[in-house]
Design a protein around this ligand. Structure first.
Ligand SMILES: [Zn+2]
Length: 855
C-alpha cells in the first residue's frame, strides 16, 4: 500500500467506480424502508460557493448513513434555473438566457460531482427545461380549474424612461431603476394571483398543520405563523356623511370603538377622491401622486414618520353617533385588509403619535383599574393593555376582554358589524413581466375571454428568437408571431398571455417530481410520489424559512385536494444550516474591505493608509474579499478533507467560521488514519485467549463507544462535529493499542473505516480495499453496537458441558440469568463442544457458570 495519502488520485478513482457500480442510483427494493434526503436545489449561477458545499455535504452524510442502515434512499439534485440573472447576462453579454443557464449547470454539476456526493443524477430536474415547465404549466391549469388562480389589478414597479416593468431586485435602495436610474413609479397592471388565503381555508390549514411539523426548528414555524398572521377581531362599518357608501374597517380591538376619533383611508382607496371636499381636493391629489411612487416598504417602515392629510370628509361612528374626520395616510395600504383603519389614539401607539402630530382628538375608553378612571384623562402615551371600559355607553364598567365580544354582538344585532378572522397572508402575485420563466398557459380571446391552453398543447414554449433591450414592454409581448394565435375555443384571432410565472412556483413542486423525474406522460405517477414522499430530511438555508416552504406546503395541500397526493405536509424534518463565514478585514475610516492577501496578519493595518483594520467573521461574499473558493480547497486537500472540516467545525445549524488551520487539522487526521491502516496487517487467524481479551477490553470498549456515539450523533440532532471528534478518539485508541495483531484490533480498524464512510467516502473506500475487501464500503451494514462491550466491569464465566469445564468467557458483571445463558450459548467454547447436539437442559449459576446438558 502506498504510504502517502494522495486524495486526488483516489477520489477520481472512486467516483468513477461508484458510477460504474450504480451505487448512487435509487434502490427500488420496496422491502426496505424508504428515506428521502433532499437539499434545496441551487440557482445555477455558474460557480459553487462554500454555502452550497456545506448544504450538500450535510445531506450526503445523512443519505450515506441511511443506506448503510438498510434504507432505500432517494437523494436527488436539480436546478432552480429560471430567473432574472440569465436575462441580465443576455443584456450585458449578449448570451441567450438558455445558453448561459445550461453552461452554468454543466459547470456546477462537475463541481458537485467532485465533492463525492451520492446523488442519483438520473433524476436531475431543470426547471427551465420544457419537459419540466410543461408540468409547471399543467399545475397552473389545475389551479385555474379549481378557481385558485385569478386576475386582478396590482401595482408593479414601472421605469418611466425605459417604459418597462422592473422586478423588485432591479430597484435600488433609493427607489431608482438599476439601468436607467429613473425614479421608479408604481403602476397598476392586470396580473395573476394564486389564492393562498381565502379558498377552502388554506391559510387556516397552513397555520394549524405547523403543529404536525415536529421535526422543524421552532423559529421557522414561528416565522411561518407570523407570516400567516392570523388575528381574531371585528369588521365594522362607518357610514360616510352625505354619501350612500360606508367605510369598512377591520380591527382586533373592537373594545376601543368608542375611542375612535378619526378614520384613515389608503390614499389609493377608490372612495378617496369622491369623499374629499372641494377645499381639500388639490392637496389630496398631490398627496396621492407623491405616495404612488413609493414602495410598500418605504410606506410602512417602522422608523419613518407617519404622513397623512385631512380630506374634509366625515363618517359617523355608529356607536357614539358622532361625526369624525376622514384622513388619508401613506402607511395604510389599499391591498391590505379593507384599505381603511380606525384611529384610536388613546389605545394604539402609532395612532397616538399620528393624532398628536395632526392635533386630532384623543378619547380614553380603557383604564387599568377602577380607581384610575380620573387619572386617565392626561395620557402621556397610548394605553394598549386590557383594563376597565369607560366612556363607552352601555359597556361601561366591563372588563375590556369581555367587552370585545359584547361589542361585536351588539354591532351584529344593529347591522353595522360582525366578527371576523383575518390573516396577514395575502394572495400570491405570480405574474412576472419577464422572459426567462414559465409562460402562463392562457390565451386572451376577444369573444371567449380568458381561455386555458388545452393540455395537449403544453408546453407553451419560450421562443428562442428574442432580442433583449431592457426597454419597452415584457420581451414576450414584442414577438408578434408568438403572441398572436387563434383562440382554442372559437378560432378567433386571440393573444397569448405574455406574463411568465414567479420562479417560486417552479420550486414549489420540484420535490414531487424527483420520485418520477422522467415521466413524459404525467406530472408524476402518484403511486411513486406517494411512496417516496414526504421528504424525510430537508436541508437548506434559513433564508427560505418563509416563502419557499410556505408555497411548497400550499402546493402540496392543493394537489392533495385534487387527488394526486395522499399526505398533508411535504417535509417531515427540516434542517436549516448556518452560514459559512470568512475572515474579513475592513478599514473603519474609509469603509473599504481589504483582501486578506494584502494584510499582514501580525499587524492588521491598511496596506495603503496604515490605519488599523477591523477584523471579524462575516458571510463570504465577493465584495468583501472574504470568500474561499471550493475548487481551491478541493485542489489542495481533496474533497474528503473539505467535507470533514465543514462537518467538524460547527454544529450544522450554527454559523461556521472558515479557518485554514482547522482544514489542515482534518487533512492531518485523514493522514493519521491512512498510516494506521498502512501499518496494519489483518491477522484473523490469531485466536484471542482469555488474558489477551481481558487486556483488550479497553480497546473494545473504545470501539463500541465510538459506534454508540457516532450513531447517536448522526441520528438525533445531527451533531456531525461531535461525531468527528469520536472518530478521532477511536483513531487515537487504535494508535495507542499495545497489540496490533489481535482480532479486537482488526475489529477496531474495520469499525473506524465503516464509521468514517459517510464523512470521507473516498478515503474510506480506498482503506476498505486495503484491508482486503473487494466490495465497496458503502454497501456495508452500519456497525452494530454490542452494549456488553460498553460495560466496564466483567466477570469470568465458566462454561461446562455435562458438568465438565471446557473453558471460560468474559461477560458483563450485571448480566442477568437469561443474558448469561445467551452469552454462553453464543460462545465459541460452547459451540465447539456441543457440536450440533441437542441441548436438553441449561443450568445457570449467576456470577459463576453455565452448564449445558446435551444428548
Ligand atoms: Zn374564443
Amino acid at each position: 500500500m502506498e504510504s502517502r495519502y494522495n486524495p486526488a488520485a483516489i477520489e477520481e478513482k472512486w467516483q468513477q467506480a461508484w458510477a460504474e457500480l450504480g451505487l448512487d442510483q435509487t434502490s427500488t427494493n420496496t422491502d426496505k424502508p424508504k428515506f428521502y434526503a433532499l437539499s434545496m436545489f441551487p440557482y445555477p449561477s455558474g460557480s459553487l460557493h462554500m454555502g452550497h458545499v456545506r448544504n450538500y455535504v450535510i445531506t450526503d452524510v445523512i443519505a450515506r448513513l441511511k443506506r448503510m442502515q438498510g434504507y432505500r434512499v432517494l437523494h436527488p439534485m436539480g436546478w432552480d434555473a429560471f430567473g432574472l440573472p440569465a436575462e441580465n447576462a443576455a443584456l450585458d453579454r449578449g448570451i441567450p438566457p438558455a445558453k448561459w443557464t445550461y453552461q452554468n449547470i454543466d459547470q456546477m454539476r462537475q463541481q458537485l460531482q467532485r465533492l463525492g456526493l451520492s446523488i442519483d443524477w438520473k433524476r436531475e430536474v431543470t426547471t427551465c427545461s420544457p419537459d419540466y415547465y410543461k408540468w409547471t404549466q399543467w399545475i397552473f391549469l389545475q389551479f385555474l380549474k379549481a378557481g385558485l388562480a385569478y386576475q386582478k389589478e396590482a401595482a408593479v414597479n414601472w421605469d418611466p424612461i425605459d417604459q418597462t416593468v422592473l422586478a423588485n431586485e432591479q430597484v435600488d435602495n433609493e427607489g431608482r431603476s438599476w439601468r436607467s436610474g429613473a425614479k421608479v413609479e408604481r403602476k397598476l397592471l392586470r396580473q395573476w394571483f394564486l389564492k393562498i388565503t381565502d379558498y377552502a381555508d388554506y391559510a387556516e390549514e397552513l397555520l394549524n398543520d405547523l403543529d404536525k411539523l415536529t421535526g422543524w426548528p421552532e423559529r421557522v414555524k414561528l416565522m411561518q405563523a407570523n407570516w400567516i398572521g392570523k388575528s381574531v377581531g371585528a369588521y365594522l362599518e362607518f357610514p360616510i356623511v352625505g354619501m350612500e357608501e360606508k367605510i369598512g374597517v377591520y380591527t382586533t380591538r373592537p373594545d376601543t370603538v368608542y375611542g375612535v376619533t378619526y378614520i384613515v383611508l389608503a390614499p389609493e382607496h377608490p372612495l378617496t377622491r369622491r369623499l374629499t371636499t372641494p377645499d381639500h381636493q388639490a392637496a389630496v391629489e398631490a398627496f396621492i401622486q407623491e405616495v404612488s411612487s413609493q414602495s410598500e416598504l418605504e410606506r410602512t417602515a417602522e422608523d419613518k414618520p407617519k404622513r397623512g392629510i385631512p380630506t374634509g370628509g366625515k363618517v359617523v361612528n355608529p356607536f357614539t353617533e358622532e361625526e369624525i374626520p376622514i384622513t388619508i395616510a401613506d402607511y395604510v395600504l389599499y391591498e391590505y385588509g379593507t384599505g381603511a383603519v380606525m384611529g384610536v389614539p388613546a389605545h394604539d401607539t402609532r395612532d397616538f403619535q399620528f393624532a398628536k402630530a395632526k392635533q386630532l382628538p384623543i378619547t380614553v375608553v380603557i383604564v387599568p383599574t377602577d380607581t384610575a378612571v380620573n387619572e386617565a384623562i392626561a395620557l402621556k402615551e397610548a394605553y394598549t393593555e386590557p383594563g376597565i371600559v369607560i366612556n363607552s355607553g352601555r359597556f361601561n364598567g366591563m372588563v375590556s376582554t369581555d367587552a370585545k365580544e359584547a361589542i361585536i354582538k351588539y354591532a351584529q344585532s344593529q347591522g353595522f358589524g360582525k366578527a371576523r378572522v383575518q390573516y396577514r397572508l395575502r394572495d400570491w402575485l405570480i405574474s412576472r413581466q419577464r422572459y426567462w420563466g414559465a409562460p402562463i398557459p392562457v390565451i386572451h380571446c376577444p369573444s371567449c375571454g380568458t381561455v386555458p391552453v388545452p393540455e395537449q398543447d403544453l408546453p407553451v414554449r419560450l421562443p428562442d428568437d428574442i432580442t433583449f433591450t431592457g426597454r419597452g414592454p415584457s420581451p414576450l409581448a414584442q414577438l408578434d408571431n408568438w403572441v398572436n394565435v387563434p383562440c382554442p375555443t372559437c378560432g378567433t384571432q386571440a393573444k397569448r398571455e405574455t406574463d411568465t410565472m414567479d420562479t417560486f412556483i417552479d420550486s414549489s413542486w420540484y420535490f414531487l417530481r424527483y420520485p418520477d423525474a422522467n415521466n413524459d406522460q404525467q406530472v408524476f405517477d402518484s403511486a411513486k410520489t406517494n411512496d417516496w414522499m414526504p421528504v424525510d430530511q430537508y436541508v437548506g438555508g434559513i433564508e427560505h424559512a418563509i416563502l419557499h416552504l410556505l408555497y411548497s406546503r400550499f402546493f402540496t395541500k392543493v394537489l392533495r385536494d385534487s387527488g394526486l397526493l395522499n399526505f398533508d405536509e411535504p417535509f417531515q424534518r427540516l434542517l436549516t444550516q448556518g452560514m459559512v463565514q470568512g475572515i474579513t478585514y475592513k478599514n473603519p475610516v474609509t469603509g473599504k474591505y481589504i483582501p486578506p492577501a494584502q494584510v499582514n496578519p501580525a499587524e492588521q493595518k491598511d496596506p495603503e493608509t496604515g490605519e488599523p483594520l477591523q477584523v471579524f467573521y462575516e458571510k463570504m461574499s465577493k465584495s468583501k474579499y472574504n470568500g474561499v473558493e471550493p475548487q481551491e480547497v478541493l485542489g489542495k486537500y481533496g474533497a474528503d478533507t473539505a467535507r470533514m472540516f465543514i462537518l467538524f467545525k460547527a454544529p450544522p445549524e450554527k454559523d461556521l467560521e472558515w479557518e485554514d488551520a482547522d482544514v489542515e487539522g482534518q487533512f492531518r487526521f485523514l493522514n493519521r488514519v491512512w498510516r494506521l491502516v498502512a501499518e496494519f496487517s489483518p491477522q484473523p487467524s490469531v485466536v484471542s485467549n482469555q488474558s489477551s481479551a481481558a487486556k483488550e477490553k479497553d480497546l473494545r470498549r473504545a470501539i463500541h463507544t465510538a459506534i454508540k456515539e457516532v450513531t447517536e450523533d448522526l441520528e438525533g440532532e445531527y451533531q456531525f462535529n461531535t461525531a468527528v471528534s469520536e472518530l478521532m478518539k477511536l483513531s487515537n485508541a487504535l494508535a495507542d493499542a499495545k497489540r496490533k495483531d489481535s482480532p479486537v484490533y482488526t475489529e477496531g480498524i474495520k469499525t473506524l473505516i465503516l464509521l468514517l464512510a459517510p464523512f470521507a467516502p473516498h478515503v474510506a473506500d480506498e482503506l476498505w480495499h486495503k484491508i482486503g475487501h473487494t466490495d465497496s464500503v458503502h454497501t456495508q451494514i452500519w456497525p452494530k453496537l454490542d452494549p456488553a462491550a460498553l460495560v466496564a466491569d466483567e466477570i469470568t464465566l465458566v462454561i461446562q458441558i455435562m458438568g465438565k469445564t471446557r473453558g471460560t468467557i468474559q461477560v458483563p458483571a450485571q448480566a442477568d440469568k437469561q443474558a448469561l445463558e445467551q452469552y454462553a450459548r453464543e460462545s465459541e467454547v460452547a459451540q465447539r463442544h456441543i457440536d450440533g447436539k441437542e441441548i436438553k437442559k441449561v443450568i445457570v449459576v449467576p456470577g459463576k457458570l453455565v452448564n449445558f446438558v446435551v444428548g
